[in-house]
Design a protein around this ligand. Structure first.
Ligand code: PLP
Length: 381
């Protein structure tokens, strides 16, 4: 029997080995100039990222959660406001409206792309209007797992219903929609550079993207305690949402090879697709989009088959994960604000979905071994 090494679900170490000279010299410069918060590297990174995404304004902030928070704060979202968002997403998307006193309205998702379902969204808006307890205000489209949300339809619905449209693109920097980088589909886009995201810092950080010059100014003010043009001039109630200079220095070192990383992620996804399409349900592509493959999730027949697949991989020393094991509307902390609407697709995905390792430094040989283990588990005796 071959003595195989373990394949972690994610290994960030090889990337550091590749980029360490640049990372170290960028960080050294920060230790020398000592502008540790919103230093010159932060504005440089904002400029380069805006260019990369083809948007006019980039505002670097302290995390993806803070980016969403600042976006909703700027719109004055609060008690009595309804914020529509997918039921199948990371907890932060729902936590932010709740922390402002607003109410998340959970929307069901597409069973094969896992993205927010526009039909469910229309139904949820109609129902909330009919009940008359909440004022519909915002749609947060989440670009889940690296893929784009169905932006064309979301934009149409937002316009018809006069709702503010936000993109939670925390997982999907580098994905495209209609041949454009994600980042300009909504009125404001939130990004995260949490270490495990496609472009990861070495700590928490995030950004807001927008093409609206007025909002750019407000976001910059809000992230620095509502500051006006002068340092101790407080124009609005803000908070501390600033990016550390060291994170910007690290991100600047990583950005030049990010496109190559994305290409490698797409190659690995194509290998999985090809080998597994007749074995399990592979992720379906959102039309007119290209994924950044932050997560490669497959679907098994039921929870039993999913859990068996997980233990088999784990036994073979192969990392795996479930995003997400529980739909948001059933979470203990959020259940109180849910109106009781059934969200069966999201509920079912939580039982049947699981993610395979996918990161730029994963070798093709390891991908081959993962494929063999998955195939054997389904077809083997
Ligand atoms: C990671 C993530 C966030 C939060 O980003 P942080 O930088 O960790 O605060 C928000 N939404 C989604 C969908 C995420 O995956």
């Amino acid at each position: 029997m071959m003595n195989n090494h373990n394949i972690p679900f994610l290994d960030l170490r090889p990337q550091y080995e590749r980029l360490k000279d640049q990372i170290r010299s960028n960080c050294d410069r920060v230790y020398q100039h000592c502008q540790f918060v919103l230093g010159p590297e932060v504005s440089k990174f904002e400029k380069e990222l805006a260019e990369f995404c083809g948007v006019e304004h980039c505002i670097a902030v302290s995390s993806g959660t803070e980016a969403l928070h600042l976006i909703l704060l700027a719109e004055g979202i609060g008690p009595g406001d309804g914020v529509f968002l997918p039921d199948f997403t990371y907890t932060a998307t729902a936590e932010v409206p709740l922390s402002l006193g607003a109410t998340p309205v959970f929307v069901d998702v597409d069973p094969r792309t896992f993205q927010i379902d526009p039909n469910s969204l229309r139904q949820r808006i109609a129902r909330i209007k009919e009940r008359g307890k909440l004022r519909p205000r915002v749609i947060i489209g989440v670009d889940l797992f690296g893929q784009a949300a169905p932006w064309k339809t979301l934009k149409k619905i937002a316009k018809e219903e006069e709702l503010f449209l936000v993109s939670d693109c925390a997982q999907s920097l580098g994905g495209t929609y209609c041949a454009k980088m994600l980042g300009s589909q909504a009125q404001a886009t939130a990004l995260s550079f949490y270490p495990t995201k496609p472009l990861g810092a070495y700590g928490d950080s995030g950004a807001i993207l927008t093409n609206d010059a007025g909002r750019d100014k407000i976001y910059r003010s809000l992230r620095s305690h509502g500051q006006g043009n002068q340092r101790y001039d407080v124009q609005r109630i803000g908070l501390n949402g600033r990016m550390d200079t060291l994170q910007a220095a690290i991100l600047l070192a990583k950005l030049p090879s990010f496109k190559r990383d994305l290409a490698r992620r797409r190659d690995i996804a194509a290998m999985y697709d090809q080998a597994l399409q007749d074995v399990v349900m592979i992720p379906k592509r959102v039309p007119y989009s290209e994924s950044s493959w932050s997560v490669y999730s497959i679907l098994l027949r039921d929870q039993q088959q999913r859990d068996a697949m997980r233990s088999c991989l784990t036994k073979a020393g192969i990392g795996n994960a479930v995003y997400y094991p529980q739909p948001l509307h059933t979470q203990p902390a959020y259940n109180f604000c849910h109106d009781g609407q059934d969200l069966p697709i999201s509920q079912n995905l939580a039982q049947c979905i699981m993610a395979l390792p996918l990161y730029p430094d994963l070798s093709s040989r390891d991908v081959g071994r993962i494929i063999d283990v998955v195939k054997n588990q389904i077809t083997g005796v």
